[in-house]
Design a protein around this ligand. Structure first.
Ligand code: SF4
Ligand code: SF4
Length: 167
């Protein structure tokens, strides 16, 4: 297994059982973050090498996208199947130089009812697992650029949200 794939496996394991709330948060919102618009497929960006976890898995496919590969999922899944992006949602580890700071993902503000409660409103073990995962990603030469790019996208979207009164 490549070093990056091992890092991804460790991150996925860190977030295998810990969840944002003590129960299933999907019951709060009808799994809003898994719903696609009519005529669209649900997709999320994979970390480099994460495609390997979905090779030959019926109901899942990957397509090329800006910044890597996009995973098209069935719209419902077990936690053990979901990609890292979904395991961390609605949080995101942000790379600030060598430091990792956990924040509510700017993309969550439009869909996730937990976004308004902030990082402190979520389970501490979940927040800590997202932070630990960020440290691992930042320390892996093959994955660090993706984390830096996600951080830049997040910051840009937050600026736009603030400019238009999005908090
Ligand atoms: S939108 Fe938020 S509350 Fe709903 S399932 Fe996704 S992470 Fe959980
Ligand atoms: S992979 Fe699973 S958690 Fe992620 S959007 Fe698809 S159904 Fe939802």
């Amino acid at each position: 297994m490549s070093a990056a794939r091992e890092t991804l496996a460790r991150c996925r394991a860190l977030l295998a059982d810990v969840t944002p709330l003590p129960g299933d948060c999907g019951e709060v919102c009808g799994a809003a973050c898994c719903r696609s618009l009519p005529g669209e497929e649900t997709g999320m960006l994979l970390f480099p090498g994460e495609e390997a976890f979905y090779a030959d898995r019926p109901g899942w496919k990957t397509v090329p996208a800006e910044g890597g590969a996009l995973l098209i999922c069935p719209g419902r899944c077990k936690r053990s199947e979901r990609p890292l992006a979904c395991r961390m949602f609605p949080l995101l580890p942000l790379a600030r130089g060598e430091e990792i700071r956990v924040a509510v993902d700017a993309r969550a503000r439009a869909v996730c009812p937990l976004a308004s409660s902030g990082v402190r409103g979520l389970r501490t073990d979940f927040t800590e697992a997202v932070r630990a995962c960020g440290v691992l990603l930042r320390g892996d030469p093959a994955l660090s650029d993706t984390l830096l790019r996600l951080t830049a996208w997040h910051d840009e979207l937050r600026e736009t949200q603030k400019r238009f009164g999005g908090g």
